[in-house]
Structure formats: C-alpha cells, structure tokens
Design a protein around this ligand. Sequence first.
Ligand code: FAD
Length: 306
Amino acid sequence: VFDLLVVGGGPAGASAAIYSARKGIRTGVVAERFGGQVLDTMGIENFISVKETEGPKLAAALEQHVKTYDVDVMNLQRASALVPGDIIEVKLASGASLKAKSVVLATGARWREMNVPGEKEYRNKGVAYCPHCDGPLFKGKRVAVIGGGNSGVEAAIDLAGIVAHVTLLEFDTKLRADAVLQRKLHSLPNVKVILNAQTTEVTGDGAKVNGLRYKDRSSGEELKVELEGIFVQIGLLPNTDWLKGTVALSNRGEIEVDARGQTSVPGVFAAGDVTTVPYKQIVIAMGEGSKAALSAFDHLIRSSAP
Ligand code: FAD
C-alpha cells in the first residue's frame, strides 16, 4: 500500500512525487506517458529561472529528478478507475490495481485540435495552442486565432498587443465570448473578425506555416489568409473520463479542487491542468503539485501515522 500514489507524470505529478518522497513516505507514480504535454513542446521560455529550454529536455530532467528519490515510477500504465475508501484503489487498464492511503490526481489535459490537413505537420512550426507560451515568438508577424469563445477572444486581445495583425475566425455566426471581451476586441485596430468561417487547411512551405484556407459557410466560397502563425483556441479537454461519477467535476470536466488541492473524495487531491485551477502552465502545475502532496501528507498525519 502506497502512502501517496500520484496518477500522472507531467510537471504536476513529478512535483507531487518529489514533495511526497521528501517526507519519507512510500510514494508511487503511475503515468501513461511520463513527461506529459511537455514532451510535445519545443521552445519553453517561461520556466522561471531557466531562460530557454526544450520540452523533451525538461521532461528528461523531471524524470531524473524524480528518480533521485525513492519513488516507484510505473510508466506506460493508464489508470481506468478510482475506488474511494479508507484505502483508495486505482485500477489500471492492464487489469492490475494499486492501493494507497492518499492519491494525487495529475492527469493533465489536451488541446482540442481542428483536425484539418496541415495542422499536425506544422505543429510547433506556426501552429500553436498556448498564447502565454508562444505569443512572443510571433512578434511583428500576422497570426490567426481559431475560435470565438472566451479563450479565443482573450487570445486575440493578448496577441494584438504583440503581433502585427490578428485574424479571428469563428465557425458560428456570432462570437460566444463575454460582451466585455467582444467590446475590447472590436476596439483594436489590428484585429479582423471573420464569422461563419470553417477552417479547412493549414498551408505551409514545408518548413513553416504560410497561411490557412477557410470556407465561408454562407456562400460556400473557399478563401485564403496569408499569415505566419495560427493559434487554435477551441477548447482544452481535461483527462477525466475515467473519473466521471467518482470525483466532482466542473461542467468543463475539470476536477473541482479547493485552495489545498482537496477534491470531493476524502484522501484524494488533484493538481495541474486537470483541475479547475485557472491558467494552464508548467510553473503553475508544479506549484499545484507540491501543494497537493503537502495537503495529502497533512491528511495522512491526521488520519494515521504515516
Ligand atoms: P500534463 O503535462 O498533461 O501531464 C499529464 C500526465 O498524466 C501525463 O504523464 C499523462 O500521460 C498522464 N495521464 C493522463 N491520463 C492518464 C491516465 N488515465 N492514467 C495514467 N496517466 C495518465 N506551459 C508553459 O508553462 N510554457 C510553455 O512554453 C508551454 N508550451 C506548451 C506547448 C504545447 C504544445 C502544449 C501542449 C502545452 C504547453 N504548455 C506550456 C502547457 C504545459 O505543458 C502544461 O500546463 C503542463 O504540462 C501541465 O502539467 P500537468 O502535469 O498538469 O499535465
């Protein structure tokens, strides 16, 4: 039986595991893919105190750091169910099951993709998903934002202050963002909004993005926009399908946590992109992971001798 079992091996999970192991309690990490989203990232310039690094490098460093402690790392294993109780059970897709006195859920999230030709090919070569991360790379260039919900309109406003020009494409006939955001957006001189537009292709020169094609859904006409970057903002999907019905989730499917990372299930804490904590970033996920582990430790010393 683990004192603390961490589910997920991204920045939040790695941080939770290290904080737990440093308390001298029996710690395990089970992860489908150790490193998480960081593995899919190229340049990282906002991991504070490290001016510039690359995703795979940071992921390797996370794993090395975790492995300097006495942590049982179970990589390439997917959790498929959580069974609450005094001893909590985490069932794995392999059929095995793990038992723990406390659990930190850190299964992260994934960006919803447009699923159009060119999107995968030009990922990190002009196709981006995170304005806080990649906005500055497009300084003085032309970009598009796909999606007119709150995150799309916020991204367009944010980017308009950095890039030369922003084209915002929305599939629907109107934007869905809050009115105050829409007013701000429409006040900006270097933003153009195109409604009723279905993005159909990301185009490029083989090395990087040079434009996108979209269909005007009212006329059926195919049109092209020339640009250097595309920010896809059509949703972030938390990896919580396996938790439905056991842990309280928000209407977006995020795990609801309080200020200590406590979920609705006693002894179960959560951290990082999978939770309701706003802003999905590496430094935030790490901070939340350490907080969840400390809360779990606090829970253990109150319920039994760790
Ligand atoms: P994740 O990194 O998503 O890790 C989740 C972990 O859980 C993984 O190990 C996964 O395999 C595992 N998992 C999922 N489901 C299960 C399951 N059922 N059972 C077992 N394991 C499971 N942030 C920045 O701060 N700066 C950047 O420059 C930056 N650039 C980014 C670029 C890209 C392309 C992407 C996609 C994201 C970027 N981010 C950036 C965001 C950052 O990567 C995330 O905020 C961060 O990784 C979240 O950490 P996490 O540990 O919460 O989740």
